[in-house]
Design a protein around this ligand. Structure first.
Ligand SMILES: Cc1cc2nc3c(=O)[nH]c(=O)nc-3n(C[C@H](O)[C@H](O)[C@H](O)COP(=O)(O)O)c2cc1C
Length: 333
């Protein structure tokens, strides 16, 4: 079968992108997914043992991990660049320098304008995928010259804009709005989600939470166990200034919401977050009283497989589920 346009663009076998996850998607996960024919994406702090505010060190840690990925696989992979706002862009500037110097094949750019880094990355030969949460943003990203857009629905784990558009509605809107490849994510945890995403007009899928519960993810074992234990409505959206975050519902989210509703100052909220962050859950294993970004798809996850096996099982499940779908669609023809 001929590769679709996303696979051709990225030079990968399956249109499956392992989404970037802070503290979670380190070199082992990236290399496993890319080596299995998907596209792995290095997350900002994944592989670190501590938090640093040193810009140079942040960049050099990313460089070291890029080199580790290359020692593990020859396959294409991506690095996440979280653009950020104001002062915070000093980190992303440094990471862009490293990505360019290391000739990273693909950048997954999120949380910020596509106008900031698309030009410099593309001039260096890096393929740019930009994350958006509305069709309007997708058009802006396309106009800024990105190679593909990634749309993230409300179901998605982690931080996103204030819109509540779900993957089901957002994907076809974005697919109609732009003529470049569209990747979609948010709530996709198995082959049914992959087929649905492609049926909605996407060229590929973007999966975070599913890959968090894999052997190669850097997540603490207690976090992986919490994802597997999560059933049904086990996640919740919490407000974070101009963004929202979807997390596993736990003592952290309950206490955070109580604090928020009590009218606590932004400083108090920031302080609370800093002491109950993803570092505390993912690295230190404080999985009940700290934040665990997690998508609604957690309710569909029941195991902690090898990440490469997950990619190949997903591919064969798509084929099997597609046959079942054809039977179900029979009455339309
Ligand atoms: C634990 C976790 C950490 C995340 N960290 C980042 C990040 O550092 N950068 C980013 O662009 N997105 C981040 N995200 C969002 C994912 O890249 C992706 O949009 C999301 O996981 C897709 O939805 P899903 O979780 O339902 O598959 C994170 C998501 C999770 C679950």
């Amino acid at each position: 079968m001929e590769k679709n346009r996303l696979c051709k663009l990225l030079n990968i076998r399956y249109p499956v992108i392992q989404a970037p996850m802070n503290w979670v998607s380190g070199p082992a996960l990236v290399a496993a997914v890319s080596g299995a024919g998907g596209l792995g994406t290095l997350g900002p702090n994944a592989g670190s043992d501590d938090i640093t505010h040193d810009v140079e060190l942040t960049g050099e840690r990313i460089r070291e991990r890029i080199r580790t990925i290359r020692r593990l696989t020859d396959a294409p992979f991506a690095v996440n660049i979280v653009v950020g706002f104001g002062e915070d862009t000093k980190y992303s500037k440094k990471i862009v320098d490293v990505v360019v110097e290391e000739h990273v094949p693909v950048a997954v750019v999120s949380v910020g304008s596509p106008r900031v880094y698309t030009g410099v990355l593309k001039n260096a030969g890096t393929i740019v995928l930009h994350a958006v949460s509305t069709a309007e943003h997708a058009v802006k990203a396309k106009d800024a010259g990105v190679d593909a857009v990634i749309c993230e629905g409300f179901e998605a784990g982690g931080h996103k804009g204030l819109t509540e558009l779900t993957t089901f509605s957002l994907t076809p809107m974005v697919a109609d709005a732009v003529d470049i490849p569209v990747v979609t994510g948010g709530g996709i945890a198995d082959a049914r989600g992959v087929i649905a995403a492609l049926a909605l007009g996407a060229d590929g899928v973007y999966m975070g939470t599913r890959f968090m519960a894999t052997r190669q993810a850097e997540s603490h074992e207690s976090v992986k166990a919490a994802v597997v234990a999560g059933k049904d409505a086990c996640t919740v959206s919490i407000p974070k200034g101009k963004m929202i975050a979807r997390d596993i519902r736990n003592r952290f989210t309950d206490d955070y919401m109580k604090l928020h509703q009590s009218g606590a100052s932004p400083e108090t909220m920031a302080d609370y977050l800093a002491n109950h962050s993803q570092y505390h859950s993912q690295l230190l294993g404080r999985s009940d009283d700290s934040e665990i970004c997690c998508g609604q798809g957690a309710g569909l996850i029941e195991d902690i497989p090898d990440a490469a096996g997950l990619v190949s099982d997903l591919a064969s499940d798509v084929e099997r589920r597609f046959e079942a779908l054809r039977l179900r669609l029979g009455s339309f023809f």
